[in-house]
Design a protein. Structure first.
Ligand SMILES: [Zn+2]
Length: 450
């Protein structure tokens, strides 16, 4: 008996000694050392020759002649150019399929919409967008699945369904609809209408309950929607203020879809911090945005290239073509003023559905407005990362470090380009110019190996 007790005790003791070793082994740190590259850290125009050491999902060290810890994966960058992963600040992954904005109006169910969204997420990731801000659409579940590592795709900051008044830019219902009748897009919560302070508060709380990172408000008429000329203002001050207040209580912010002065000024008065589009603003309102540090989210390609030939967009009605032409006529002037007053700018493609594969054309188009490649890239990296962080400690799904920048402690979202986009911004376009794509410290693509 005594011997068997002793044996049992020795066995238990040996288990106690081994267990921590096993546990440690399971959580072993992983390292990647990148060498032989020119690094653009996104903070200025210069490139530096430097190594980068990644530990797990963050940048551990950044400097010359870094030592590789044992077991590290070593990537010889063969003189390629490193930039942070790109960030698209205005996507709509849930507005997809053949009818884009109107998908979900009865032809397809939420399952098909989700499958299309997954495809679009990966089309964006393969273009080098390691993060997206999805800004109207019920991508809340997709965002959560990516965050929990259950689905391949870019990091997603989702607004959830945008706030739209009845007849506003997010009302994709049929014309022949009764006042309290719900419609298909609303039932998927892809686009939703809410009227009055009580309803918008309820919807804001629903969005934040499901993990929304910020709020998106449809504040003026829009091009893709059917019932709202561009000139109209769609929410009262009290309604906008109520959405902003719930967002502030969640330590985050609200942004608006808007084109003209009255919607934009009312929204800024109500505490909104970011404006999408804004192409029909006056010089005075552009200056106000600069003075009050309001962010401008720019869609250069859609407004100045696609809307130049709006009749070619397959699902646009004659009225939508007319509105698109209005935007096209205002866009270049507004962008000139935004440059003049140095408004804080981020880029968001707004190129959804059939345009998703071409989202990077929203980056290259900015050279037409007179920006240098490094400034354009900042709109899609450093500046974008700062706006993503505006979701605050409570609602930012990624709080371990900054994004859109190469520095110690930042997330390891890294691209190595064969031809440098800092020399010629058009080098961002071919996906095969991206030789290495790392997201969250994981190598998703590496063509340098062979
Ligand atoms: Zn949009």
């Amino acid at each position: 008996m005594a011997t068997s007790l002793k044996t049992t005790l020795l066995y238990l003791l040996s288990l106690l000694l081994i267990l921590p070793v096993l546990a440690q082994d399971e959580q072993k740190d992983t390292y990647i050392l990148i060498t032989q590259v020119q690094v653009w850290d996104a903070k200025g125009k210069d490139l530096v020759k430097s190594d980068i050491l990644i530990k797990n999902n963050l940048i551990e060290a950044f400097g010359k002649n870094l030592k590789a810890p044992e077991g590290a994966t070593i990537i010889n960058g063969k003189n390629g150019t490193v930039t942070p992963g790109l960030i698209d600040m205005h996507t709509h992954i849930m507005l997809n399929g053949p009818k884009a904005f109107y998908t979900g109006q009865g032809d397809y169910g939420p399952f098909a919409i989700g499958a299309w969204a997954y495809q679009d997420m990966n089309l964006l990731l393969d273009q080098g967008f390691t993060s997206i801000r999805d800004i109207a659409g019920n991508s809340l579940g997709m965002a959560k699945a990516v965050q929990n590592d259950l689905m391949r795709g870019p990091r997603i900051w989702s607004s959830g369904p945008a706030f739209s008044s009845t007849g506003g830019h997010g009302d994709a219902g049929v014309w022949n609809q009764l006042p309290n009748e719900n419609n298909q897009p609303n039932m998927t919560m892809n686009l939703a209408t809410a009227d009055g302070v009580d309803e918008v508060i309820k919807m804001a709380r629903w969005n934040y309950r499901h993990g929304a990172a910020f709020a998106k408000i449809m504040a003026s008429g829009g091009v893709a929607s059917e019932f709202d000329p561009l000139e109209i203002t769609e929410y009262t001050y009290d309604e906008m203020r109520a959405i902003v207040k719930i967002s502030e209580d969640n330590r985050t912010y609200a942004t608006i879809h808007a084109y003209h002065d009255s919607a934009i000024n009312r929204a800024i008065d109500a505490g909104v911090k970011c404006v999408e589009h804004g192409f029909l603003m006056s010089e005075q309102t552009v200056k106000r945005m600069a003075d009050e540090n309001i962010v401008l989210s720019l869609q250069g390609y859609v407004s100045t290239v696609q809307f130049a030939e709006a009749s070619q967009i397959p699902w646009f009605s004659p009225e939508q073509v007319r509105k698109a032409t209005q935007v096209y006529e205002g866009a270049k002037q507004m962008i000139e003023w935004a440059k003049k007053y140095q408004v804080f700018i981020v880029s968001g493609s707004d190129m959804f559905a059939e345009n998703t594969p071409n989202a990077k054309m929203n980056i290259t188009v900015e050279k037409e407005f007179g920006w240098e490649p490094w400034e354009i890239l900042q709109h899609n990296t450093l500046n974008a990362g700062k706006v993503l962080a505006m979701s605050g400690p409570a609602r930012n799904p990624y709080r371990e470090g900054p994004l859109g920048v190469i520095e110690v402690g930042a997330y390891a979202d890294i691209l190595i380009w064969e031809k440098s986009p800092l020399e010629d911004i058009d080098n961002v376009l071919p996906n095969d110019n991206i030789q290495v794509l790392i997201k969250d410290g994981e190598i998703l693509k590496n063509t340098l190996e062979d």
